[in-house]
Design a protein around this ligand. Structure first.
Ligand SMILES: NC(=O)c1ccc[n+]([C@@H]2O[C@H](COP(=O)([O-])OP(=O)(O)OC[C@H]3O[C@@H](n4cnc5c(N)ncnc54)[C@H](OP(=O)(O)O)[C@@H]3O)[C@@H](O)[C@H]2O)c1
Length: 339
């Protein structure tokens, strides 16, 4: 359990990665009560210096014995590292907030989005899971609708940025774009097909039944976070040549009828959401506009007249912030509030 302190010793594991770097920025921007920051990555990054609050901090190698004296560790070094190192951290009294998929569906581990299920933090045993990026932005929007009208079914299609795969994927999109524009041959290392000027209906590996693991994560994580197994979710996840910001098309079927205006009013009053919906003025959420922002942007809200109680909408959010680093830091903030 976290003890109340004025300042905390905080660690970022995976500090040199796309999410880790964002975690360092979010901790600084939100004035998180950091007494000391420790940064960990692989041996490839040992000795590298990263900046936090105007100071240079040396990156250390992540290990089993590094966690003594650390209060909170934000993990974003991949699922294998989380599975291996998080139990060592928890044993040494360090609370782990883990961004990988390693612990998300473990019934002993809370899976938390602070706007949706902050009370699940009360039963953690040292490890807390941060959900998948595309799930986080969707449940922030589903929660107020479910509370008001009970959701029966969600059909979601995602348009996910390459930063969701990490730094190497961002480099690949940049390199392929430049090579194509310069009439050079392109190279594919991260994705099985060209990502520049293309869309890939394939995120994570294919599972039995033809769905991808990313699609199955959206189904299972939504039920766990919302605490309701009866919500039906079906997903198609698509990688698009966008650097930052995931977008999603949502079709939501409810038990109780809600008009488009009811939904606008509900979402406008909900935490973490900005309704950005004036199509007559070309105003709707765009990934380039929500990059670097904290909220989930919602627009194109309209009734689906092919079913009795249905709503369509388009949402966008920064996958590295609300989809990862920001949500993890918000979890740590709620933990402190609850101590
Ligand atoms: N990107 C997103 O939008 C997003 C959203 C939610 C969750 N996540 C999850 O967050 C994690 C990191 O994602 P990312 O996008 O930041 O990936 P990334 O850019 O590839 O960064 C990976 C980080 O993990 C470190 N690492 C790799 N192997 C390691 C080892 N053996 N020991 C210690 N550190 C090691 C890397 O250190 P080196 O630099 O030393 O190699 C780097 O700091 C993944 O589990 C991912 O699924 C990502």
């Amino acid at each position: 359990m976290l003890k109340k302190k004025d300042k905390y010793v905080v660690a970022v594991a995976g500090a040199t990665g796309a999410v880790g770097q964002e975690m360092i920025s979010v901790l600084e921007e939100r004035n998180f009560p950091v007494g000391k920051l420790r940064l960990f990555a692989s041996e490839r990054s040992e000795g590298k210096m990263l900046e936090f609050c105007g100071k240079q901090i040396e990156v250390e190698i992540l290990g089993e014995k590094v966690f003594k004296g650390i209060d909170i560790a934000l993990f974003s070094a991949g699922a294998e590292r989380s599975k291996h190192f998080a139990p060592f951290a928890a044993k040494d009294g360090c609370i782990v907030i883990d961004n990988s998929s390693a612990w998300r569906m473990d019934p002993e581990i809370p899976l938390v989005v602070p706007e949706v299920n902050p009370n699940d933090l009360k039963w953690h045993k040292g490890i807390i899971a941060n959900p998948n990026c595309s799930t986080i932005q969707m449940v922030v929007v589903l929660k107020p609708i479910h509370d008001a009208a009970k959701i029966k079914r969600v059909v979601v299609t995602t348009f996910q940025a390459v930063s969701g795969t990490g730094k190497k994927a961002m480099d690949e999109l940049l390199q392929q774009t430049s090579d194509i524009l310069n009439f050079k041959e392109i190279h594919k290392n991260v994705y099985p097909h060209q990502i520049a000027f293309n869309c890939l209906p394939h995120i994570d590996k294919f599972m039995d039944g033809g769905y991808t693991k990313e699609e199955i994560k959206m189904v299972n994580e939504t039920k766990k976070i919302m605490g309701d197994d009866s919500i039906k979710v079906t997903a198609t996840t698509v990688r698009v040549p966008v650097f930052r910001g995931h977008s999603e098309s949502l079709n939501i079927e409810t038990v109780k009828k809600l008009s488009a205006n009811d939904v606008r009013a509900l979402l406008s009053a909900a935490p973490g959401i900005i309704v950005y919906d004036a199509p007559e003025k070309n105003i709707y959420p765009l990934p380039i506009d929500c990059a670097g922002k904290d909220d989930v942007y919602v627009g194109r809200i309209r009734e689906d007249d092919t079913i009795e109680n249905g709503i369509n909408m388009w949402i966008a959010a920064d996958n590295l912030r609300k989809g990862a680093a920001l949500n993890a830091v918000q979890i740590a903030e709620v933990l402190i509030e609850q101590t």
